[in-house]
Each structure stands twice: as structure tokens, then as C-alpha cells.
Design a protein around this ligand. Sequence first.
Ligand code: SAM
Length: 269
Amino acid sequence: MKNMIKAKKKYGQNFLKDSSILDKIVQSMPTNTKHIVEIGPGLGDLTDKLVKYKDVTAYEIDTDLVSILKSKFAIQIHSKKLKLIHTDVLKIWNEKDTLHDGNYDLIANLPYYIATNIILRAYEDRNCKNIIVMMQKEVALKFVAKTDCKEFSSLSVLTKLFSSEARILFDVPSQSFVPPPKVTSSVLFISKSKHIKVDDDFKKFLKISFSQPRKKLIKNLSVMVDKNIIISIINELELNENIRPHQVSASLYSQLYIKVKNAKRDSTN
Ligand code: SAM
């Protein structure tokens, strides 16, 4: 491999080596945001294309890669076109609530082991405006799934709440990477709408709602409040008592949450 670097599995390293795919990602960038945050620049192939268009802040965890990147991009780092930060990106999000002080788009070939977590953190980051990321296709489908599809999940509900648009731009075969991953990848585009705050209890509520995805929603929610109360809430919302978790829309989940929360409060008073 180029630079004689051995890909580290623990950091989810699959380097994208297909120049036509890299070009397609760059061409998909929205034009209105001026700054880009890249998570995991790796050997810098995507970074190299991104810095030609916009200023980039890149977060890389791997010490060996950081030293390669520092020499490869010495000019861009010196001219401040590229800010290279050697760290675990999740640590930054734990310490501060944003990856960049100013609006930015997140563009990355994500390390798959933390891809979902990264997108959920980006939803909460008020400065992140658009997300264009490569990830495992199977997981990407969960983010964009519509109500009634079997992939519809808590990730789909959260995406509906945080975004104005979410779609898969294109798939990328495993041969485009070195080393090739075992799965097909997809490039996902998410445009965030206004910044909203989703409370942690709502996320827990979604987790419980989808805990057994093929069972009835009533059964899943019965661990929170008495089953008869859940049945009356389901009836109030004019939903079918046999409804499964993937058949309820994001806006109905918001309404259900408030009613279940109130019922829970009343039952403990
Ligand atoms: N962007 C490169 C490319 O397209 O070829 C590399 C992509 S590779 C799938 C994922 C990159 O994320 C690797 O460079 C890896 O070291 C880096 N990475 C993994 N975990 C990270 C973390 N917690 N914080 C920052 N970078 C991380």
C-alpha cells in the first residue's frame, strides 16, 4: 500500500482509492457553506480534493497518519487552508458542543465502527448544516427509511426530526477501498433544517418503541406504563392496536411520547 501504512482495523481504516468516487463526493457538496469538517482524513485523498474548494478542519485519531498528513499538506496547513487536529473526534464533542466555531458541512468517509454515533452527534451540533458521509449501506438505509419500510427505525425518526432532506446519493462497491470492506457502502446526504433540541428521554422512548421491531408497539411500550393506558393512548391517536413500530410516523412518535410521558407522570403522582 501507498506510504507502506498498514490499515488499522481498530480505527475502521478502509482507504478510498477510486478517484472517480472521490470526485463524485466533492461534486455533491452544497455550495453555500464555506467551511468543511472532515472526520478521519486517513491518507488524505479526499482531503486533497476538498482543500481545493474550501477551508477544511480535519480530525484524525491515528498518530502514524497524522505525521504523513502533516508532511503531505505542509503548504495548506501553513496557509491555514487546512487545520489538522490529532484527536478522537468523539472526545471533542464530549468537551465542546461543536467541531467548528461557525457553520460547516461534514464530509467524510466515516470509520464504520462509530459512523452512527458520529451522525447523531452531528445532528446535535448547531453549526453543522449538511452531512455527506460514506458509511455501510445497510445502516445508511436506516437513516433514510420512510414509515412502513422494514428499515424504518429510531434513526429514521430522528433523521425526520433533524433534517429537511435525507437520501442516499450513490452506492460504492467494496473494491473501491484498500483494504476492501466486507460490505457495500453508500454515500448519504442529509440537509439539516433548523437546529432543534431533542431530549434524551425521547431518544430512550424511541429505543423502547423499537426494542422488538417486529412485535406490536403496544407490547414494547408496556414496559413504560400499564398496557391499558398504552391502549387508550393508541386509540386516542386513532392508531390500530396491532400497529408495529415501523408503521408509525415521526410526528406521531412525538405525540405518543408526550402522552406516554404525561401518563407516566400521572401514574406516579
Ligand atoms: N478519509 C480516508 C479515505 O477516504 O480514504 C480514510 C477513511 S477511513 C474509513 C476512516 C478514518 O477515520 C481513518 O483514517 C481512521 O484512522 C479515522 N478515525 C477512526 N476513528 C476515529 C476517531 N474516533 N476520531 C478521528 N478519526 C478517526
